[in-house]
Design a protein around this ligand. Structure first.
Ligand code: PEP
Ligand code: MG
Length: 592
């Protein structure tokens, strides 16, 4: 099935929903012109001319990128445009460029070969990382490299389309996304990429539907093929039948009506019909996202993944560097709170000095690392405290499995406070401290842990992984990654009740918090806070505003009485269909 021009049969390709929206139109297959690089020897006499060619190409690349940057700033706002500033910074990296020039002069090889080789080394390092975010950034590095090489070879950039099209490509660089958006783009579909790719973030800002991770769409589609893209369901359909188009049309209308209804919801409180307030906040990785979260109606940041700043770093950032970042985040969320989770390194996430482990998810991860590395932990704790002067900062410890770990972490927090006090540095001495419940042992001991802290936040991503003994990133066992497994839902109930017995609030910050299927159940359990990815926030708020606590409690009781995940999912789906018909449904077309 991997050949294009397959006739008129309808084919449904499933990928990952990256930017919402539905569109139909002809395909435009964008095969990136990856410049061919040949290794050519030069003579010592050629060195100056070769370096000049490199410098001219570099200057032209910068000029191109500045154009894209200006365009992106106008279209997306300055925060989203920072990606292009980062690319311009690579071009201006004196060490990298110095090393390229040095190699041209000493190895006597042509400029494009050295550029490709040197930047490739950098890229390989990023790809070797187990971190998905690093893989995405490697594509940005690729983009810069191809741009310089294309300019060394004096080739023109090509980004004009004939008419309105759905772009199908192996991968899209952020610059492609923006440049293409000058044409009439109906959607983006890519073989590679995840929802965290910058191209995905940009398509969301540009309001262009996008589906990524389609694996081999480019092999099955030719320019001109008739396509339909559903950026809600993460589906791309080749040769959609009239029936499918009808379904999609109906879905598009329903979503439009839904979006219009949701547009006004940002300013409304996340209160149930009987006026119980649920604190609805956001999971955020980068300072730039806080503003978007606020526009979506977020009440602050329920999970700031501080370890994201370690990406691409050979060492942990200094206390001052961290303090500046945390202050910026706290400032943009103010007056709402921000929960800074201390570095959750290890597992599938990067640590600057991480070691190879046979079982990283059962290994040196999260608080375990920090309790072994007091110097790094104290730097971070002082940095967070320094950002807390306006009293909207909270601290949370990840990957806790024992009460002792909590006590040790709190002890170090007190030490960080004493050190700041001794230097006359201001901070919030009554800062609230919480623990993530994501290890079964911690869930069992939730009440004893609750006695030590001001709040608990349940990390369902890891909790499900550890309860089910299923690697959260392993496709082969994905069907056992069951957030609605009876063991999981009962554990959630146990944790919520434990927190309430100790009179502290409890939230959920794993992906389950942002799943519309879970909202009534979680509210029914008595969860006080939900921290979700910003795009789904209005939808979750709408559900909260459409239920009563007493009905939600009945939902939770029923869920906790069932014996299989299939039963629980079926029950929750039937509740959604009956009670809140405007909630978007999964795509219902046929699949091959
Ligand atoms: C979780 O485990 O649910 C969580 C929110 O943390 P992370 O996904 O960063 O591990
Ligand atoms: Mg986790």
């Amino acid at each position: 099935m991997d050949t294009p021009h397959h006739g008129t049969e309808e084919i449904v390709l499933k990928g990952i929903a990256a930017a919402p929206g539905i569109a139909t139109g002809p395909a435009y297959l964008y095969t990136k012109q990856i410049p061919r690089v040949e290794r050519k020897a030069i003579t010592p006499d050629d060195v100056d001319a070769e370096i000049e060619r490199l410098q001219a190409a570099n200057a032209r690349s910068e000029k191109e990128l500045r154009k894209v940057l200006t365009f992106a700033e106008q279209k997306l706002g300055s925060q989203s445009a920072t990606i292009f500033e980062a690319q311009i910074m690579i071009l201006g990296d004196a060490i990298l460029m110095g090393s390229i020039k040095h190699r041209i002069a000493t190895e006597l090889l042509n400029a494009e070969f050295i550029v490709a080789d040197e930047i490739n080394k950098y890229r390989q390092m990023m790809l070797a990382s187990p971190d998905e975010y690093m893989h995405e950034r490697a594509h940005d590095v690729d983009d810069v490299m191809n741009r310089i090489i294309r300019n060394i070879q004096d080739q023109k950039l090509y980004s004009r389309l004939e008419g309105a099209s759905i772009i199908v490509s192996e991968t899209l660089a952020p610059a492609d996304t923006v440049i293409f958006s000058r044409n009439q783009i109906l959607g983006y579909a890519t073989d590679l990429g995840g929802v965290t790719s910058h191209a995905a973030l940009l398509s969301r800002s540009l309001k262009i539907p996008a589906v990524v991770g389609l694996h081999n769409a480019t092999k099955q589609i030719a320019t001109g093929d008739s396509l339909a893209i559903d950026g809600y369901a993460g589906v791309l359909i080749i040769n959609p039948t009239p029936d499918t188009l009808k379904i999609l049309q109906a879905r598009a209308e329903r979503f439009l009506a839904f979006a219009q209804e949701l547009a006004g919801i940002a300013a409304l409180p996340a209160d149930t019909l009987d006026k119980k307030h649920i604190e609805l906040s956001s999971n955020v990785e980068f300072a730039e996202e806080v503003e978007f979260a606020r526009l979506q109606g977020s009440e602050g940041v329920g999970l700031f993944r501080t370890e994201m700043q370690l990406i691409g770093k050979a060492a942990y950032p200094s206390e001052d560097e961290q303090a500046a970042l945390y202050a910026r985040v706290a400032e943009s969320a103010f007056p709402h709170p921000v929960i800074f989770r201390t570095f959750d390194v290890g597992g599938d996430k990067l640590a600057p000095d991480g070691q190879h482990e046979e079982n990283p998810f059962l290994g040196w991860r999260g608080i375990r690392v920090m309790l072994d590395r007091h110097d790094i932990f104290l730097d971070q704790l002082r940095a967070i405290l320094r950002a807390s002067t306006r009293r909207n900062v909270r601290i949370m410890f990840p990957m806790v499995s024992t009460v002792t770990e909590v006590q040790q972490a709190k002890h170090l927090l007190r030490q960080a406070m004493d050190e700041l006090k001794a230097h006359g540095v201001k901070f919030d001495a009554r800062i609230k401290v919480g623990v993530m419940i994501e290890v079964p042992a911690a869930a069992m001991m939730a009440e004893q842990i609750a006695a030590e802290v001001h709040f608990l936040s349940i990390g369902t991503n890891d909790l499900v992984q550890y309860i089910m003994a299923v690697d959260r990133g392993n496709d082969a066992v994905a069907r056992l990654f069951q957030p609605y497994h009876p063991a999981v839902v009962r554990t959630l109930r146990h944790v919520v009740e434990a927190a309430h017995r100790k009179n502290i609030w409890v939230g959920v910050c794993g992906e389950m918090a942002g799943d519309p299927l879970a909202t009534a159940f979680l509210v029914g359990l008595g969860v006080d806070e939900l921290s979700v990815i910003p795009p789904v926030l209005p939808e979750i708020k709408k559900i909260i505003r459409s239920i009563k606590v007493k009905d939600a409690k009945r939902v939770a009781d029923k869920v906790c009485s069932l014996h299989t995940e299939a039963e629980i999912r079926a029950f929750l789906s039937s509740m959604i269909k009956n009670k809140v018909p405007e909630i978007p449904l999964e795509f219902e077309g046929t699949s091959h």
